[in-house]
Design a binder for this molecule. Structure first.
Ligand code: GLU
Length: 463
């Protein structure tokens, strides 16, 4: 069988992490089995669907690296196709016209409720043989009894009694297909072999299977992915730190890290935590998917991102980092210095955004260095400044200005004066970078070079 999976977002908002994870599972499954992954935009809710959200979802998919085959299908362009399929069901006797008003159907439901039965349409028009009319709906003739069952890829066997279901509307008065009808037609036409979607759709599946059966088409396999919950096991929301995919992009997450994190939320491969995209494709076979909801943990996401940042080639990081460096408002900076410094910041940053902010004190001119006032008060005392002045002289006396000679100059000064490095290091650090954090000082001073180092030290002693 050729594997075809799809992602079918409704463009009523940006791609959020729950949708992204479903898309990632579908994409990985198709890639693992060398199948196809296709997209369908479910934009029949014309009031809430917008082109802006469609574009945003496609851009997020592209950023995550979830490439799809062919042009995305748009439901809003396929009403005529849905009508053809409804006609097939009318012709084969599996569907019938119905002129019951919504009020009448509501009364039927109330009557059923009053009798302690499941509220549903009572089948009034089943045998009336009504002719087509623009304002009439079309309903599916659902079997009177039996069970609809399927083996969910994630949840195992799921059974629904047909008694639970009524003769559902396939096409509304006015001619528009209902959601379940459109989804089945599209999945048939798009030759979908595996439907992987959120488990908020699990109740639609028996209805869709009944439509497949009426059409005489074998249903695809279904896999219903459990929800992502907040750490407090409540429905995930912004208050849990969950964001749209585009927000993670602007926060400086790496797409492969977000994919890695989201896949691991609900799937495992032994106890491995960090996966490259290639490894995910290799290992993700649709098994070992967790059937219970996962909890979103923003800190773990950042940890996963940090691991991916560390593993990346510094040259690649530089090109990814550039837009974040440009946002710092430096109005130009030494690209070569930034490139050479990346490996020093790679082990320290959890995101590109953070890395850019950490590099700001290195990249800005001495005159624009912003000092942490409490660090200045603590470390740049009169004594601290005296050390800084003496070290500035020692650096000036160096015939070769490289990492080792800088380090030797600092250690030589400490030894000669019989003081502890602790007495000098913080003062020098605040003088060079404005605060107490940052990479190894000798590395930083060497990268800054003698002129910039001197300018920083002079400014610090004049504070
Ligand atoms: N458009 C639906 C959603 O965004 C997906 C339906 C499906 O995958 O069958 O939840």
């Amino acid at each position: 069988m050729s594997i075809v999976t799809r992602f079918a977002p409704s463009p009523t908002g940006h791609l959020h992490i729950g949708g992204a994870r479903t898309a990632i599972f579908s994409w990985l499954f198709a890639r693992h089995y060398k199948g196809q992954f296709v997209l369908r935009i479910e934009d029949t809710d014309t009031e809430r669907s917008t082109q802006e959200y469609t574009d945003s979802i496609l851009a997020s998919m592209g950023w995550l690296g979830l490439e799809w085959q062919g042009e995305p299908v748009r439901q809003s362009e396929r009403f005529a196709l849905y009508q053809q399929y409804v006609q097939k069901l009318l012709d084969s006797g599996h569907a019938y016209w119905c002129d019951c008003s919504p009020e009448e159907v509501e009364r039927m439901r109330e009557e059923a409720r009053a009798k302690g039965e499941k509220p549903k349409y009572n089948g009034k028009c089943r045998t009336r043989g009504l002719a087509p009319a623009g304002n009439r709906a079309v309903r599916l003739r659902v079997p009177d009894s039996g069970v609809v069952a399927f083996d969910d890829m994630i949840k195992g066997r799921i059974e629904f009694s047909v008694d639970e279901l009524d003769d559902m509307v396939l096409q509304r008065g006015g001619g528009a297909a209902t959601y379940n009808m459109a989804v089945v037609v599209d999945d048939v036409e798009m030759k979908i072999s595996h439907v992987i979607r959120g488990d908020d759709h699990v109740n639609n599946t028996p209805k869709q299977i009944l439509i497949y059966q009426a059409l005489g088409v074998t249903p695809p396999a279904f896999g219903h992915v459990p929800m992502i919950l907040g750490p407090d096991k409540q429905k995930l929301s912004k208050r849990h730190g969950a964001k749209a995919v585009i927000d993670y992009q602007s926060d400086g997450l790496l797409p492969e890290a977000l994919v890695n994190y989201l896949v691991r939320l609900g799937w495992s491969h032994g106890d491995q935590e960090i996966f490259s995209m290639d490894e995910l494709v290799q290992f993700f076979d649709g098994k070992n998917l967790n059937s219970s909801p996962a909890s979103f943990d923003p800190e773990k996401l950042l940890w996963v991102n940090a691991q991916h940042l560390r593993a990346k080639d510094p040259a690649q990081i530089f090109s990814l980092l550039l837009p974040y460096l440009e946002k710092l408002g430096l109005g130009g900076f030494d690209h070569e210095l930034a490139q050479k410094a990346i490996h020093l910041y790679q082990p320290r940053a959890e995101s590109l955004d953070q890395m850019a902010a950490q590099m700001l004190p290195l990249l800005c001119p001495a005159s624009q260095l912003v000092y942490d006032q409490s660090a200045v008060e603590k470390s740049l005392s009169a004594e601290g400044k005296a050390h800084v002045r003496a070290l500035a002289e020692a650096f000036e006396g160096l015939s070769v200005f490289d990492r080792d000679s800088v380090q030797q100059a600092i250690h030589g000064y400490v030894e000669k004066n019989n003081i502890k490095f602790k007495a000098v290091g913080p003062a020098l650090r605040v003088a060079i970078l404005g605060s107490t954090g940052g990479p190894d000082l000798s590395d930083i001073i060497f990268l800054l070079g003698p002129t910039s180092t001197k300018a920083r030290l002079e400014r610090a002693v004049s504070l």
